[in-house]
Design a protein around this ligand. Sequence first.
Ligand code: CMC
Length: 428
Amino acid sequence: MAENNATLTIGDTSYDLPIMKGNEGPDVLDIRKLYGASDHFTFDPGFTSTASCESALTFIDGDEGILLHRGYSIEELSEKSSFMEVSYLLLNGELPSKTQLVEFSQTISRHTMLHEQLATFYRGFRRDAHPMAIMCGVVGALSAFYHDSTDISDPTHRMISSHRLIAKMPTIAAMAYKYSIGQPFLYPDNSLSYTGNFLRMTFGVPAEPYVVNPVIERAMDRIFILHADHEQNASTSTVRLAGSSGANPFACIAAGIACLWGPAHGGANEAALNMLREIGTPDKIPHYIERAKDKNDPFRLMGFGHRVYKNYDPRASVMQKTVREVLSELKVNDPIFDVALQLEDMALNDPYFIEKKLFPNVDFYSGIILSAIGFPTEMFTVLFALSRTVGWVAQWNEMISDPGQKIGRPRQLYTGPKHRPYPGFDER
Ligand code: CMC
C-alpha cells in the first residue's frame, strides 16, 4: 500500500513515485508507471535493489541475521516444528491444528509413489549421471504423467500438483541415488514419517528391514526445514518467472532445480565440502584464506558470503549445532569438522571478511552432516532441491492466485550496434 510519494527529477520534469510499505523491511519505490510517464527504464542487473513481487511467505533481515516464515523464526521452527508442519505453514499461511497436520501428512503420503513407467525413464540415464541432471529431467517429465493436475487456473489442480511435487521429491531423489549405485529402487513406506521414508528409500535395501534412527531422522527433518524457503532467491525467482508465462508447475519446478544447481546457489554445499576436504588439515587454512582474498585468483570460500545476509546466516548456526548432534550419535570423529570450525574462526577475524561482511551461510556445515549420514557429495544439492520444493510451490501458488499477476518481462540497456544495412558477402 502506498502512503507517500518520492519525487524523481529528470531534467526539467519531476515524477511522483509512490512509496510502498511492507510489514517489515525497507520501503519500496513503485516504479511501475515510470516508463510511459517518462522514457526511462531503471537499471539493476542482479536485482540488488529490486523487489520483484509482493510476498507474505518469508522475511529476511540480512543485517540482523533474521529469517522468518509467515512470521515465525527459523530458530523456533527448526527447534519445535517438523518439515510437514512448516510445509503446511508455507502453503496455507498458518500453523495447522493437530487434526489438520494429520490430514495434511496423510494427503502428502498418498502421493509418494511415482508412476511405474518413470522407473524406465531413469534407465535412460547413464549410471554416472549427476543426480541433479536426473532430478531435473524426471521432474520436468512429471507433466507428461500427471496432466490431470496442470490446469493452473484451477486452485484444486494447483494444490494437487503442489502436494504431488512435495510428496514425490523424496522418491525421485532416492531413486536417483539408487540408480547411481546400481541398487534396486525401493517403494515408499507410508507408515514412516516423510523424512523416515526418505531415509529408508535411500539407504534401505529390499533384502533387509531398515530401522530409522530417530536422531538422524530429526536432524534430516531439521535440514529440510532450514532449506524450505528463502524469499526471492535465484531459483525461486526462476520458478516465478517460468510460472508467470502460465507454464505448468512441474516445468516450473524443473527450471528452479536447474537454477539451484549452480555453485553460487544450491551447488555451494557440494563445493563447500569438496573445499574443506581439499584444505584437509588446519595448517593449510591460511593459504586458502589468502587465495580467497586474492582478486587474481577465482577461488572463493564456498559456504561463505550471501547476497542478503551481512551477518551470521541463522540457518548456519542451527546447522553447526546439528553437526555436533549427528557426529556424536554416529560416533564419527570427522577431522573436517575441526577444519571447518577453525576456518570459520580465522575468516571471521580477518579484516577482509569483516569489512565485506562475509559470514558462513547455510551451506558451510550442511555437507559435513550429510556426509556423516552417508550421502555422497553429488546428492547434497538434490537434498536442497527436495526441501526447497515446498518453498517453490508456495511461492508459485502465491503468484498465480494474485489476480494482478503479469508475465515477468524485464527490459535492458541495449549496447549492441545501431540499426545498419545488411551487407553482401563482398562488403564484409
Ligand atoms: N570468498 C571470498 N570473497 C567473497 C566471497 C567468498 N565466499 N563472497 C563474496 N566475496 C567478495 C567478492 O569478491 C566481492 O569482493 P569485491 O567487492 O572486492 O569485488 C564482495 O565479497 C561481494 O561479493 P559479490 O560476489 O559481489 O556478492 P554477491 O551478493 O553477488 O554474491 C554469493 C553472493 C553468495 C554468490 C557470494 O558470496 C559467493 O560466491 N559465495 C560462495 C558461494 C556460496 O557459498 N553460495 C551459497 C549461498 S547461500 C545458499 C544459497 O543461496 O543457495
